[in-house]
Design a protein around this ligand. Sequence first.
Ligand code: DHB
Length: 311
Amino acid sequence: MSNFDFSTKLGSRRFSNPIFTASGCASSGQELSQFFSLSELGAIVTKSIMTKPRTGRQTPRMAETPSGMLNSIGLQGPGIDVFLENDIPWLLNQQVKIVVSIAGETVDEYGVLARRLRAVSGISAVEVNISCPNVENRGQVFACKPESSIAVIEAVRRNIGGELPIIAKLSPDVTDIVEIAGAVINAGVDGVALINTLLGMVIDVNSMKPKLAGKTGGLSGPAIRPVAVRAIYQVHQAFPKVPIVGMGGVSTGRDAFELVLAGASAISIGTANFGNPIAAINIKQELSELLVEKGFKTFQDAVGFAHRSNE
Ligand code: DHB
C-alpha cells in the first residue's frame, strides 16, 4: 500500500488523490469540515457561484426518487463578492486544493466571474457549470449546444489569464455528449466534468401536483451512475488525453472504480454526502484498496482500463 501512487493531474495541477466533492453537495466545505479534515480530499469543488447573491427557487426543492434525489435549488448562493471575502480565505486555511465552480445567466457573466477569479491566488482550477438544469428556460443550459458552450468557454479563457485549468461541466441531457465535449476541448478547456444531473420530475399522486415548487429538478444519486459511466466512456474513447472529472451516483469505492475504468481521472462525490458526511473518506479508502488488490501500482494506470481490455 505504501508504494501506491494515488495522485492525479488536471492540466498543469497535481492532486494528492482523485477524490473530490461534487459542486453543490458540499457548499464551501464548512459543514463537512466538522467530520474530517478537508485536506484529506483531492480537492473541494465549491457550489457554483454567480455574480450576485441569489435566494434560489421556492420550496419544496428536494424530492426522493427510486435510488436517487431530485433537486431544484436554483443556484442559491452569496454571490462572488461575499464568496471571495469569506469562503476563499476560510478554504485557503484548510490546506485543501480548491476548484471554484462558476455559473452565469449570460456569456458576459461567466467572463466577469473569470476576471474576478484571475486575481485570486491559491485556486487549483475553475469548473464552468454550463449545465445547471434549474434555469428559466432550456436556452440557458449552454451545454445543450456546441455554439453556446464554445461562447462561454472562450469568455472564461479570455478573462482568466495565466494557466489556471478550466474544466467544463457538461449535461447528459443531449443527443451526443461527445460533440459538446469536442466543442469545449477545441475552445480550450483543460478537462471536462461528467455528468451534471439529469432533468427529471416527480408528481405526488395524493395532491396530484408536482412535488417540487419549481416543477422540474436535477436527478442525482445511484440511479444515474450507468449514465455517467456511459458518458465518461464515450468521451474518454474520443479524447483519451483529456482529463475527466467523473461523477454521478458514486457511493462506494467500487462505484468510483467503475468511473475510473471508464476513463475518469478524478471522482467527485455528491449525493452520497447527504446520507453520510464521511462518504468521500470511506470511498477514498475503498478505492485505494481495490486498486492495490487489482494489482495497479499507480492510480493513473487504472484510468480508462476498460478501454484497453477491449483491444
Ligand atoms: C442546481 C445546479 C446544478 O448544476 C444541478 O445539477 C442541480 C441543481 C441548482 O442550484 O439548482
